[in-house]
Design a protein around this ligand. Structure first.
Ligand SMILES: Nc1ncnc2c1ncn2[C@@H]1O[C@H](COP(=O)(O)OP(=O)(O)OP(=O)(O)O)[C@@H](O)[C@H]1O
Ligand SMILES: [Mg+2]
Length: 324
């Protein structure tokens, strides 16, 4: 079982680590979660926790912030971070957990074991984990992190307080972008900030990485820089592609698609995601929106199954253009 070092080597200034919130209060958005977690810490009574939600929204950050708040500077000695997707399997996890739970304590009632990607464990492995959780429950608290809580077996869910992390709001992302830009002394234009928020789609890690990448390419982080760095289509491009197709101008829609795939370098799946996010923001009739939505579902599935992306997206535009 590998021990994942949450922080990168000092000196390598990766902003997602440099600006990772150290305390619960510094976490942007997730207000209800921060408040509930804070009250466990105030009452000095931490149950097992299960964090679920998409990538880059603060699950690992919340776990390390809890450890810092409970243990202060000693947190690293009392916090074990393991990744459940480690190929060596659940036996190795159990050995690591046993050794950690048995080693001597520095005056605290319990230690914290953070198990990332818990949903990658098979249900047999989860049953074994559940027994381990019970075996060490008097001096160990588990924080499990996963993308899909539905993949965690009920007996584990019922032993944990479950926290569902949501994608971060535009405001939360904009606030963090501004804070980092100010600390780094870089200029982010209003349209640049808007583009960062749009391209992030609720993922703070993506927003910060894009900001850092865009900041190394020029003096000012504007819309241009962000769309180039993130291989994201401008919302207007996606919209005109769709409205051209619906108006029957297939060639024009197809040309836009070509530009997105070749010049912007987008993957077909990313175009589908962007389409999906924007369907209800386009000025479409209900019928067209429904038609588009139905086709997005189909193409998404086919692309996931390995179909040719360009063929599938052109077929989507063609079916909009036919307007049957
Ligand atoms: N709510 C937040 N407030 C401020 N920064 C955040 C927040 N969420 C994420 N970040 C930033 O994004 C980085 C990645 O977040 P984190 O490691 O917590 O993601 P995660 O939810 O554990 O994702 P994954 O499922 O990929 O493990 C952090 O280092 C931090 O810089
Ligand atoms: Mg994580």
């Amino acid at each position: 079982m590998s021990e994942v070092d949450a922080e990168t080597a000092p000196g390598r200034e990766i902003w997602i680590e440099k600006y990772r919130p150290q305390t619960l209060d510094e976490i942007k958005g997730q207000d209800d979660i921060v408040e509930r977690l804070g009250s466990y810490i105030d009452q000095r009574d931490l149950p097992h926790l299960l964090f679920s939600g998409r990538a880059g929204i603060g699950k690992t950050t919340a776990a390390t912030a809890i450890a810092r708040e409970v243990y202060g500077d000693d947190w690293r000695g009392n916090f074990l971070e393991l990744n459940a997707s480690d190929q060596r399997g659940i036996d190795v996890v159990r050995d690591r957990i046993k050794n950690f739970a048995r080693s001597s304590f520095g005056g605290f009632d319990y230690r914290i074991i953070f198990l990332d990607e818990a949903d990658s464990l098979t249900s047999d492995a989860q049953s074994a984990l559940r027994r381990t959780m019970e075996q060490f429950s008097d001096n160990t608290r588990f924080i499990l992190s996963c993308n899909y809580s539905s993949k965690i077996i009920d007996p584990i869910q019922s032993r944990c307080a479950v926290f569902r992390f949501s994608p971060l709001s535009d405001d939360a992302i904009a606030a963090q972008v501004d804070e980092i830009a100010a600390a780094e002394g870089i200029e982010v234009t209003d349209d640049g900030r808007e583009a960062l928020v749009y391209a992030a789609g609720g993922d703070m890690r993506r927003a910060i990485n894009s900001l850092q990448a865009a900041a190394t390419t020029g003096e000012v982080v504007d819309e241009e820089a962000v769309y180039m760095i993130t291989s994201t289509a401008r919302p207007e491009e996606i919209e005109s592609m769709v409205t051209d197709a619906i108006a029957g101008d297939f060639s024009k829609a197809r040309a836009t698609l070509d530009t997105l795939l070749t010049d912007t370098g987008m993957a077909g799946g990313d175009i589908i995601d962007q389409l999906h996010r924007s369907v209800w923001e386009f000025d479409l009739s209900e019928r067209d929106a429904v038609r588009l939505m139905e086709r997005i579902g189909e193409v998404d599935y086919r692309i996931t199954e390995g179909a040719n992306e360009q063929v599938q997206l052109e077929a989507l535009l063609a079916s909009l253009a036919m307007n049957d």
